[in-house]
Design a protein. Structure first.
Length: 70
């Protein structure tokens, strides 16, 4: 239902668009009581020959212990 409301909101009629988006928001809040507002995009890839890499949930990385295996 949520997807169909969003799809229907793709109209040039601003009044209709507003109504569809309001209904979509109501449906979203009904289905998900808690909705995170921020999703960080912290992705890290580490090669197999790298050891000592430490990351944390804030996206801050400590490279002081980083070493390479032969």
């Amino acid at each position: 239902m949520f997807d169909s409301l969003l799809e229907s909101s793709r109209t040039y009629d601003l009044k209709q668009r507003e109504e569809y988006l309001k209904k979509a928001a109501e449906k979203l809040y009904e289905d998900y009581a808690i909705l995170p507002l921020y999703y960080p995009n912290y992705s890290v890839g580490v090669a197999n020959n790298v050891v000592g890499f430490k990351g944390d949930e804030r996206g801050l990385y400590n490279f002081s212990q980083l070493n390479f295996r032969n």
